[in-house]
Design a protein around this ligand. Structure first.
Ligand SMILES: Cc1cc2nc3c(=O)[nH]c(=O)nc-3n(C[C@H](O)[C@H](O)[C@H](O)COP(=O)(O)OP(=O)(O)OC[C@H]3O[C@@H](n4cnc5c(N)ncnc54)[C@H](O)[C@@H]3O)c2cc1C
Length: 378
């Protein structure tokens, strides 16, 4: 019998696994359906890490995650894991008050943030030659890109070195909670654990349902495109608030660009994993609308992944019932907070503790309106 089985090897599950072995939680096993970790949403993410979040708890998780990303980069000696691009958030007059409030909030916490007018934007990034009159920018120089796959892979290696057992290509079929143990039915065998943490991203609800329980999690679809810039570019991370488009540099000749959030429920076992035509068109128009240089860019590929919505946009963390715990509800910005959330989930399991406002049973599992979490609005 394992002391703890963690289902799901994305950013959240690998972070929880490392924290569990470091806390000497006993025998810990990680199960992942793919032949490698970070094969689902974590691999599809833009990798933005920013302090520009609406909720103070999220900011504390981003801060802690930055420490854990940096630690992973140090031990893996993978210097490309974190890239210090800074982020420029472009906004119009109607959003100025909200952005000013967020900027003041950052400055109060000692986090650098500068408001730029159009002249300053174009002086610093001449390629942004088509930004419309009246648009201003919030420059947050501390913001990063992180490679989620590199982080999860490094974290898994560190956890294995500290005693984690792992089964890859292992798709859990069902979970059964009994009085003194949990049975996990996998391919051709049944594993036994004292406790189970399901960190299976947008599949978490389906797995919990196999145990006859439910949680309020609704998966929604998010799209991203990779653009090729033969002439090269010099851009920061960009978040264009009017259309909610974001751009992430991916080396000198590529950019990632996204805006295609579809806020209705999708089935993680059956959704379109490539970008829609409408999305590709809107991304091309959006990038060309900011920079004439983008007229020479080409589309390399596009894809879609799922994010987990919850009724109040806060994650679901902790026990659903005795012995069965979850960590899910990423709301589309789960990489930047993932290492800290994984660490917290491992602690809640080890101590059998609860954070009431994150308790997975705090809302009924009925339908609710999906709202994106990565926004500036409360
Ligand atoms: C297009 C896109 C762009 C994004 N951009 C950003 C961004 O810039 N910044 C940011 O912070 N966040 C971003 N996100 C959100 C981010 O990707 C997620 O919040 C994060 O990856 C969630 O990690 P996770 O570990 O919970 O889930 P996942 O990475 O999905 O991991 C869950 C794992 O569970 C495994 N699993 C599922 N079912 C089973 C089973 N039955 N048995 C065994 N294993 C199972 C899966 O194979 C998977 O590996 C983006 C998401 C998308 C889709």
């Amino acid at each position: 019998m394992y002391d703890l089985v963690i289902i799901g090897g994305g950013v959240w599950g690998t972070a929880a696994a490392l924290a569990a072995v470091e806390a000497r939680h006993g025998s810990v096993l990680l199960l992942e359906a793919n032949p490698y970790v970070a094969g689902e949403s974590s691999a599809k993410a833009g990798g933005i890490v920013t302090d520009l979040v609406w909720n103070a708890e999220d900011l504390s998780w981003v801060t802690r995650s930055r420490e854990l990303f940096a630690a992973a980069q140090r031990w893996s000696e993978d210097n490309s894991m974190i890239r210090h691009y800074g982020m420029l958030t472009l906004f119009s007059q109607s959003q100025a008050e909200l952005v000013q409030r967020r900027a003041d909030g950052l400055l109060d916490k000692g986090i650098p943030a500068e408001l730029w007018d159009l002249n300053q934007i174009v002086r610093t990034y001449p390629e942004l030659d088509r930004v419309a009159d009246g648009v201003r920018g919030l420059w947050t120089p501390n913001d990063w890109y992180v490679n989620p796959t590199a982080y999860a892979t490094a974290t898994l290696s560190a956890a294995v070195a500290k005693g984690l057992s792992v089964k890859l290509s292992y798709r859990v079929k069902s979970i059964q909670v009994e009085d003194s143990k949990v049975l996990i039915e996998g391919p051709g065998e049944t594993l036994v654990a004292a406790k189970v943490l399901v960190a299976a991203g947008t599949w978490t609800r389906k797995l919990v349902q196999t145990a006859g329980l439910d949680i309020p999690l609704r998966p929604y679809r998010v799209q991203l495109a990779s653009l090729n810039f033969p002439v090269g570019h010099h851009l920061p991370i960009l978040w264009e608030l009017v259309s909610d488009m974001y751009i992430v540099p991916d080396g000198e000749h590529n950019l990632l660009a996204g805006d295609g959030t579809q806020l209705w429920e999708h089935n993680p076992d059956d959704y379109q994993t490539t970008g829609d035509d409408a999305f590709k068109l809107s991304i091309a128009q959006g990038v060309i609308g900011l920079s004439s240089r983008a007229e020479q860019a080409g589309l390399r590929s596009s894809w879609a992944g799922l994010c987990g919505g919850t009724p109040d946009r806060r994650p679901l963390l902790g026990a659903v019932t005795d012995r069965l715990y979850v960590a899910c509800g990423d709301e589309g910005f789960g990489v930047m907070r993932g290492p800290a959330i994984g660490e917290l989930a491992a602690r809640l399991v080890a101590e059998d503790a609860a954070v009431p406002h994150l308790n997975p049973n705090r809302h009924p599992s009925t339908d609710f309106t999906i709202r994106p979490g990565f926004t500036l609005e409360e």
